[in-house]
Design a protein around this ligand. Structure first.
Ligand SMILES: Nc1ncnc2c1ncn2[C@@H]1O[C@H](COP(=O)(O)OP(=O)(O)OP(=O)(O)O)[C@@H](O)[C@H]1O
Length: 237
């Protein structure tokens, strides 16, 4: 069974159509990239996958659930780190991890997760005192507290230093070896090329291309994914 099945998905805001008839499937254990120019519809799409937005049309199934109607069942099985997620400013790192672990029936060991993400030294630091990169690390760790079968990571490594970025890539690869499926929204084509089994490119709410990084590069006759991407999205900017 596919972990994600999207058919003819549409979502409009009063001013514009953000997702315009998108269809794709994601298999178990895949690292599936979503790329595209600003305003292409990536965040709206992952919000529909995560049960945070109600689609206007088409069907979405995630782990067999309708994300909008079966949100609480789905939220026990997925982890989501959204762009610009925030926590209450006074909440400390350790408190946040402990609190999130209470949301799940079978949580991971939050102290272990805190150590894995090198957050233990900052366990007593309040969220509003963390730098952007450390906030990002905490948000990723929080997405993993529920031992999710699917993790949605929106702009995973934005704001991370090069060392933290590579360490994060290693974590994502580790998730795959555990059979966890990952949806990765990224503007970094080196990241998509290094991590993703397949990448979907969205422009103006439409699926412009879908394939492995090697396929997308070959189809565009490009030297690397960034070049292929620039070629694909040129008219959608
Ligand atoms: N809550 C909202 N209300 C109205 N319009 C919205 C809303 N969220 C997004 N949009 C619009 O829908 C379109 C798609 O936006 P979305 O955030 O899904 O794209 P994106 O690919 O994630 O962009 P970015 O790369 O800049 O994060 C844009 O034109 C955006 O202005």
């Amino acid at each position: 069974m596919n972990v994600i099945e999207v058919t003819g998905l549409r979502k409009s805001y009063p001013e514009r159509t953000a997702v315009d008839g998108v269809s794709f499937q994601v298999g178990r254990g895949e690292i599936f990239g979503l790329a595209g120019p600003n305003g292409g519809g990536k965040t709206t799409l992952v919000e529909c996958l995560s049960g945070l937005r109600r689609p206007d049309g088409g069907t979405v199934r995630v782990l067999g659930h309708d994300p909008w109607r079966e949100r609480s069942a789905l939220h026990q099985r997925i982890g989501v780190q959204l762009q610009d997620s925030r926590l209450p400013g006074e909440l400390r790192v350790g408190e946040a991890l402990r609190l999130y672990s209470t949301f799940y029936r079978e949580p991971a060991d939050w102290r272990e997760l805190m150590a894995t993400w090198e957050l233990t030294d900052r366990r007593n630091t309040a969220f509003n005192k963390l730098s952007g990169g450390w906030r990002q690390r905490l948000l990723i760790a929080l997405a993993l507290v529920g031992k999710p079968e699917l993790v949605v990571l929106d702009e995973l490594t934005t704001g991370l230093d090069p060392y933290a970025r590579r360490a994060t890539w290693a974590m994502v690869r580790e998730l795959r070896t555990l059979g966890v499926t990952v949806v990765l929204v990224s503007h970094f084509m080196d990241e998509a090329e290094a991590l993703c089994d397949r990448v979907a490119v969205l422009g103006a709410g439409r699926l412009l291309a879908l394939g492995s990084p090697a396929e997308l590069v070959a189809e565009a006759g490009a030297d690397n994914l960034e070049e292929a991407f620039l070629d694909l999205v040129e008219e959608y900017r």
